[in-house]
Write a protein of this length. Structure first.
Length: 136
C-alpha cells in the first residue's frame, strides 16, 4: 500500500466532490461506515465535518484511525481509499468548514444552522486505488 505524497492523478480525483464513505472503529471493535463529504486540503490532510452529536465522533476520540473511500463520480469502479489518523478535532462554531464542504458538493452554504458541528482533519498515512486510480 503506497504512502504519501499522493500522485497527481490520485490527488486530482480526491479534489473532486466525489461520493465517499468513511469508516471508524466502535468501542466493541466493529467497523462503522457512513456516507460523508470530505475535502482534500492543500497540505494533504483530509477535512471531515461531523454533527457534534454523532457516535462516530466518540469513535474518533477513542480510536483516531479513519478510512475514507472516494468513488469517482459516474465510475464507482474507479476509487481511492485512504487510511489515516486524526490529527485535530475542533469546533466549527461559525460553520465555516461545513459551508466549505457544502459549497464544494452542492454549490450552496450548509442549510442546517442549528446543530453544533465539529471539524476533523485526517493525516493520510497510506492509500490504494482501483480502476483509473490504481497504484502504479
Amino acid at each position: 500500500m503506497p504512502v504519501p505524497p499522493l500522485p497527481d492523478d490520485v490527488a486530482a480525483l480526491l479534489a473532486r466532490p466525489n461520493p465517499a464513505v468513511m469508516a471508524t472503529v466502535a468501542a466493541d471493535g466493529r467497523p462503522v461506515t457512513v456516507a460523508t463529504w470530505y475535502l482534500l486540503e492543500d497540505d494533504g490532510t483530509v477535512l471531515l465535518n461531523l454533527d457534534g452529536g454523532r457516535a462516530r465522533l466518540a469513535h474518533l476520540h477513542r480510536d483516531p484511525r479513519v478510512s475514507l473511500t472516494a468513488l469517482a463520480e459516474g465510475d464507482w469502479y474507479t476509487h481511492v481509499s485512504v487510511q489515516g489518523t486524526v490529527v485535530s478535532v475542533t469546533d466549527d462554531g461559525d460553520l465555516a468548514d461545513i459551508d466549505r464542504l457544502s459549497i464544494h458538493y452542492t454549490g450552496h452554504p450548509y442549510p442546517n444552522r442549528d446543530r453544533p458541528r465539529v471539524s476533523v482533519r485526517v493525516r493520510v498515512d497510506r492509500w490504494h486505488g482501483w480502476g483509473a486510480a490504481a497504484q502504479g
